[in-house]
Design a protein around this ligand. Structure first.
Ligand SMILES: Nc1nc2c(ncn2[C@@H]2O[C@H](COP(=O)(O)OP(=O)(O)OP(=O)(O)O)[C@@H](O)[C@H]2O)c(=O)[nH]1
Ligand SMILES: [Mg+2]
Length: 333
């Protein structure tokens, strides 16, 4: 899965100087990496003048802090990178609020790090109970206040969405949700079916908001939901803060999982999607009835075997869309 972290990092316009896959037999509880690896990395960091070390794993706040101290370089983990991309993409009021909440929760537990790092740069020492501690406490309290404020605003968002869902239920048309890994082509398919023009780009996490639209399937109206994409090891802070957005998936009558047919890790990604759906409270029954739609067949040269729950399409050329529509129709009636 090296390719995945590489595209995450490149999506942030960070230049990759060196990359390494390190086999870890046992995680060191305080530094994540063992002594030998640390010494080797330290040499490389100096030699290549590296100023950021990205670990494609989730580090505890103290592991991150210790690594920064030992290697004298800024360190970030997988969650940090993903939250950063979300923050770069957020453009609407709701997604901005949600990302800010995730950032604050992430930062709150890591406040100590920033401070000790500063202390080190000044050449000072940290005294327990000294001004450093006080500052950290103040910052923590400020962050906590902000968290509470954002959560309150998000409660309002949730309430509004609930009313909208209710009126949808009353109007008696059925909906289905598009879910799946980021960049699989959910929005492209949404646009194809609804003739809308939502932004669909070769960028990770292009969509952060939930969009609902109606379209005519043969002669009746159905609703379609497009939402934020998934990724393996999605930071818990994001799942927590995007609850209002993810809740919409749960309201759909059934779910379509969009998969990139050319992806060699497609099966793993389907499992990841199922796991995240479960985490967000979608029932086992709905997950087991999900249709997997394999997209981008226009750039694939492999043979595929269509079944009732495996459909092959190209959201770009429209190939297979009629067949998909028929399956949706069967599911909805
Ligand atoms: N060749 C080809 N490209 C496609 C197809 N469907 C989508 N794409 C491209 O794949 C990229 C991602 O498409 P999106 O629709 O943005 O993917 P998404 O699943 O909505 O991604 P997120 O919003 O990040 O979760 C874009 O560059 C699309 O143009 C397809 O059927 N064929
Ligand atoms: Mg999208």
């Amino acid at each position: 899965m090296y390719q995945e972290i590489q595209s995450l990092v490149l999506n942030l316009n960070i230049e990759i100087i060196i990359k390494e896959i390190i086999k870890i037999k046992q995680k060191n509880p305080s530094t994540f990496l063992g002594k030998g690896n640390l010494l080797r990395l330290k040499d490389k960091i100096i030699k290549y003048k590296i100023n950021l070390l990205i670990i494609n794993n989730n580090l505890s706040p103290s592991q991150q802090r210790n690594l920064e101290k030992l290697l004298n370089v800024k360190v970030t983990d997988r969650s940090g990178i993903i939250i950063e991309i979300f923050s770069k993409r957020a453009s609407t009021k709701e997604s901005k609020l949600q990302v800010e909440l995730a950032e604050l929760i992430y930062r709150k537990s890591r406040l100590v790090r920033a401070w000790t790092h500063l202390e080190r740069q000044r050449g000072g020492t940290t005294f327990i109970g000294g001004p450093g501690e006080l500052q950290i406490e103040l910052d923590k309290r400020l962050i906590q206040l902000k968290i509470v404020k954002i959560k309150k605003r998000l409660v309002k968002v949730k309430a509004r969405r609930k009313i909208q869902r209710k009126s949808r239920l009353n109007s008696n048309f059925k909906t289905f949700a598009l879910v799946g890994y980021t960049n699989a082509g959910k929005t492209k398919l949404f646009n194809k079916l609804t003739k809308k023009k939502q932004s669909s780009q070769n960028k990770l996490f292009e969509t952060l908001d939930t969009k609902i639209s109606k379209f005519f399937l043969n002669n009746h109206q159905v609703g379609i939901i497009d939402t934020v994409g998934f990724i393996n090891n999605i930071p818990t802070q994001l799942i927590e803060s995007f609850h209002a957005t993810l809740e919409e998936i749960n309201s759909a009558n059934f779910i379509i999982n969009v998969v990139d047919v050319n992806d060699i890790n497609a099966n793993d990604k389907i499992l990841t999607t199922k796991r995240i759906l479960k985490e967000t409270g979608v029932s086992e029954e709905k997950i087991s009835k999900m249709i997997n739609v394999y997209n981008k067949i226009d750039i694939s040269n492999s043979n595929y075997k269509q079944t009732q729950n495996r459909i092959f399409i190209s959201a770009l050329t429209g190939e297979g869309i009629e067949n998909l529509k028929n399956s949706i129709e069967r599911k909805l009636t």
